[in-house]
Design a protein around this ligand. Structure first.
Ligand code: HEM
Length: 480
């Protein structure tokens, strides 16, 4: 009754719920997209729901994304929402445990460290790791694999071999895998919902964070003490030589915490995406053959090793990544705390400071008005892609880490926009591109049972288990 009687005309419509604290937590949590689209039909692009006692205003569509992701620093805060979750996992003084201006500098260090030499060496290392993995993934000539598990393993091997450096890669065969697992438990949804709860796995998380940070510190120390010059393109070498604007070299402790942040931030998004790619390809053997044909046509019948240069010529390969990220965006909700009342242009609404705001780029890229037949996976829909005709601005802005396209007012932004935009996009594209190209050289793919639904129970959506793909090794294993 209270919801119906005391309606503030400047407040967006509130999704009806029976229980005060629980609100719409359950329906939202089971399938966020179904929840968004159902309420969009009722209320339009802006509405509020209760998530464990917190009012969250959903701002759908490109304009909604722009409102949230390009919100001013004085109005919105990401650290208020994600800080309690991320800081115990990453460590102190990085990402959300420091002023935003410092995060912008840290992002700049990483972004500028992804030089063309670095990317060149990464493609080679990722190709090698993927080929080795492909050699061992089947006992015989054909078989079925749990693709979510396989991709989680392969993603960590490829990211550690390239971005994280050889010392970290060698530890993933032994100590690091368990530490990673314990640390990752810190990202459980329960940690997000009940940050104050004394959860038993938090003790393991904290011990793993300390141990992992000390391993990175040892690597840095031994590199410094050996007096060796930089001998690889990994991010540790890059960050060890970076200096903040105020003249302070990045302390080793912060280098180690940034390396943990990169490891954890990239793992789930990339591994869920590669699992979805292979699941989608398993339903479209025609595209798998087309991908192989593309490689033969563009690179030559003998399929030379993949390089950063020749990978960029494989257009269909990239469209497969792009189309998969359209339907299977790993982060379905991006939230911010509102720090000062935010009037929403073109609406009667002002979002109060008691709320969070939520953008969902994944909802925009599932809207019929932007992508006809939106749930159909079709990489060729990007064939005549001329950019986003609905994006009003392709304005470039400097958020402190180099020019990025402001472009939040777009129906396709799987890597986010604005000051918190992803810095891993380029890396993710070469990692995913190399994995697909190597995989189709090695295997024919086919599907097993029904196409898996999405598991939204963790912060990063991924295929619901069992998600399996049938592989048949090609007669001639092509070089990668
Ligand atoms: C932030 C998506 C891979 C590092 C983000 C955000 C999105 C995103 C949407 C913005 C979050 C927000 O605004 O709150 C993705 C997708 C990926 C991917 C779809 C792969 C398919 C990676 C990789 C790395 C990475 C491989 C590291 C190498 C980061 C970092 C941030 C971030 C550090 C935080 C930036 C900030 O808060 O300012 N990512 N990401 N991501 N991503 Fe990624």
């Amino acid at each position: 009754l209270k919801q119906l009687l005391f309606k503030d005309p400047t407040a967006p419509p509130l999704v009806f719920h029976w229980f005060p604290i629980i609100g719409s937590t359950i329906t939202y949590g089971i399938d966020p997209y179904e929840f968004f689209f159902k309420n969009r039909r009722k209320y339009g692009d802006t509405f509020t729901f209760v998530l464990l006692g917190k009012k969250v205003t959903v701002c759908l569509g490109p304009k909604g994304s722009d409102f949230v992701l390009n919100g001013k620093l004085k109005d919105v805060s990401a650290e208020d929402v994600y800080g309690h979750l991320c800081t115990p996992v990453f460590g102190t003084d990085v990402v959300y445990d420091c002023p935003n201006s410092k995060l912008m500098e840290q992002k700049k260090f990483v972004k500028f460290g992804l030089t063309s030499e670095a990317l060149r060496s990464y493609v080679e290392l990722i190709g090698r790791e993927t080929q080795e993995f492909a050699n061992g993934v089947l006992q015989g000539k054909e078989g079925t694999v749990n693709i979510t598990e396989a991709m989680a393993e392969l993603t960590i091997y490829t990211a550690s071999a390239s971005l994280q450096g050889k010392e970290v890669r060698s530890r993933f065969d032994s100590t690091f895998a368990q530490l990673f697992h314990d640390l990752d438990a810190g990202f459980s949804p329960i940690n997000f919902m009940l940050p104050w709860a004394p959860l038993p796995h938090n003790r393991k998380r904290d011990a793993a964070q300390q141990k992992m940070a000390s391993v990175y510190l040892d690597i840095i120390k031994s590199r410094r003490e050996s007096g060796k010059e930089k001998d690889s393109e990994d991010m540790i070498w890059n960050l060890m030589n970076c200096t903040y604007k105020n003249g302070t070299p990045v302390p080793d402790k912060e280098v180690s915490h940034m390396m943990i942040a990169l490891l954890m931030a990239g793992q789930h998004s990339s591994s869920a995406t590669s699992a979805w790619i292979l699941l989608r390809l398993s339903t479209r053997p025609d595209i798998v053959e087309e991908l192989l044909e593309e490689q033969k046509r563009v690179l030559g019948e003998d399929l030379p090793p993949l390089t950063n240069e020749n990978l960029s010529l494989l257009l269909l390969n990239a469209k497969v990544v792009k189309e998969t990220l359209r339907i299977h965006v790993p982060i379905h909700s991006i939230m911010r705390n509102v720090k000062s009342p935010m009037p929403m242009e073109g609406t009667p609404y002002t979002i109060p400071t008691s709320s969070w705001v939520l953008a969902s780029p994944g909802a925009s890229s599932r809207m019929e008005q932007y992508f006809p037949d939106p749930l159909k996976w079709e990489p060729h829909r990007w064939d005549d892609d001329k950019g986003d005709k609905d994006a009003e601005d392709d304005e470039k802005v400097d958020f402190g880490y180099g020019l990025v396209s402001k472009g939040a007012n777009s129906s396709y932004i799987p890597f986010g926009a604005g000051r918190h935009r992803c810095i891993g996009e380029q890396f993710a594209y070469i990692q995913l591109g190399t994995i697909i190209a190597t995989w189709v050289r090695n295997f024919k793919l086919s599907s097993v049972g029904e196409f898996p639904k999405t598991d939204y129970s963790s912060l990063f959506s991924r295929p619901l288990n069992p998600a399996r793909v049938r592989l048949e090794r090609r007669e001639k294993v092509e070089k990668s």
